[in-house]
Design a protein around this ligand. Structure first.
Ligand SMILES: [Zn+2]
Length: 412
């Protein structure tokens, strides 16, 4: 694999990735103009002049990966290690984090948000959805800081922002008004949190969230940790409200732990309503007993995306930031081994979020955004089980990360 920086005025492309192998095994040359893929040709086809050319020597190339759920404003990667303290409940975790916030005044970028973005792009993530806390401690301060961070990374990363009521909506004064203000400031979606478990009302918080979404013409992404019947009823209610409001394709339920407890009959019924309403499920593939049955949901026609969720913060000290690692966690957790099963696990970080979250190119194709990542693996299954990091990341048409060694793609 070699690189030839040869500026060529009037060239039909700014950057050419020569001799790449697609996930389907086709050897191609990818021409990039601006931030888009301009052309995809067989690698042995005659080529017009180009700007800079990178010869990938047959390396596997995928579309940039999408992290559908992260919390940039919670991450503490930039600070000294903080032992995990809160135990037992979502309420205890909220209280612990608030106590921390009241005594820490480090800007979010230095606290860990910037370090997290750097890790993410090194791992091949080029699009992400971050939730940003809106509560009585943060008010709109976190949002202002994350909007600034998004602007500074706009040349490399596509970032969606969810205005997230981390302390609930009814149980936290001012939050409903602040959510409205957040959407006017630039948040892309309105969030929600456990209507029953935190606000003690199955309908009130959802009334507010759906009214805000309709008023501002935005999507919805609701954290749902509630288990048992309350959790399943809430999922059904969100699906029904989505259908009634005509918001299909714009609503996501994050975590949906209750699905892990559903029996076959319940799961079939809920999956049918989620699929009919075009409501997506987002999972971080958590440990313990809370992970929804991802494979089964996909078989039942539900759109499933993956996200990182917490990265070394008050909620979880875990520090897995690569979506390749996340996919491998899913393969491990559900004991998936065949090439077909492993390859299908790439969809929740590529094609599905492109379709249902509007995040990431999803494909390597003419017209798609030129977010492209190259690996030393011989194919997608190997890449996943070896948890490889990309050797080259092209983000919005420009080389963002280049870890190639002279003339060859390094093996992990
Ligand atoms: Zn979350």
């Amino acid at each position: 694999m070699t690189s030839t920086p040869e500026p060529n005025a009037g060239a039909p492309c700014d950057l050419r990735l020569h001799d790449a192998t697609t996930a389907g095994g086709r050897r191609v040359t990818i021409d990039i103009l601006g931030d888009r893929v301009a052309a995809l040709r067989d690698a042995d086809a005659p080529l017009p002049p180009a700007g800079r050319t990178i010869d990938l020597g047959g390396a596997l190339v995928l579309p940039g990966l999408t992290d559908g759920h992260v919390h940039l404003d919670k991450c503490l990667l930039g600070l000294d290690w903080r032992p995990h303290r809160a135990q037992g409940s979502v309420r205890a975790l909220i209280a612990d984090e608030k106590a921390f916030r009241r005594t820490t005044r480090v800007p979010l970028a230095e606290q860990g948000a910037e370090a997290l973005l750097e890790r993410m792009i090194r791992g091949g993530t080029t699009s992400l959805r971050t939730h940003v806390d809106i509560d009585d401690v943060t008010r709109l301060d976190h949002l202002a800081q994350i909007l600034d961070l998004r602007a500074r990374w706009a040349d490399r990363l596509q970032i969606q922002i969810v205005a997230f009521p981390q302390s609930g909506i009814l149980s936290c004064q001012l939050v409903a008004g602040d959510l409205d203000a957040a959407l006017r400031m630039g948040a892309d979606l309105v969030g929600g949190l456990d209507p029953v478990g935190i606000d003690g009302d199955p309908d009130g918080p959802l009334d507010i969230v759906f009214a805000l979404a309709e008023r501002h013409g935005r999507g919805i992404d609701i954290h749902l940790h509630d288990g048992g019947a309350a959790g399943l009823d809430t999922i059904g209610s969100i699906a029904a409200r989505t259908e009634a409001a005509g918001l299909g394709g714009q609503v996501t339920i994050s975590h949906a732990f209750a699905l892990a407890e559903a029996d076959d009959l319940q799961l079939g019924r809920i999956a049918e309503s989620l699929s009919r309403a075009s409501v997506a499920i987002l999972s971080s593939v958590p440990g313990g007993r809370r992970c929804p049955p991802i494979q089964r949901l996909r078989e039942l026609g539900v759109s499933v995306c993956f996200g990182t969720d917490n990265v070394r913060d008050c909620w979880n000290p875990a520090t897995v930031t690569s979506m390749v690692d996340r996919v491998q966690l899913a393969a491990y957790r559900f004991d998936l081994r065949t090439d077909a099963d492993l390859t299908a696990l790439l969809d929740p970080v590529t094609a599905v979020p492109a379709r249902v979250l509007g995040l990431g190119p999803g494909v390597v194709a003419p017209g798609a955004r030129a977010d492209l990542i190259a690996f030393g693996a011989g194919g997608v299954p190997q890449l996943i089980v070896e948890r490889q990091a990309p050797v080259l990341v092209v983000a919005k048409g420009a080389v963002a990360i280049d870890r190639r060694t002279a003339g060859k793609v390094p093996q992990p």
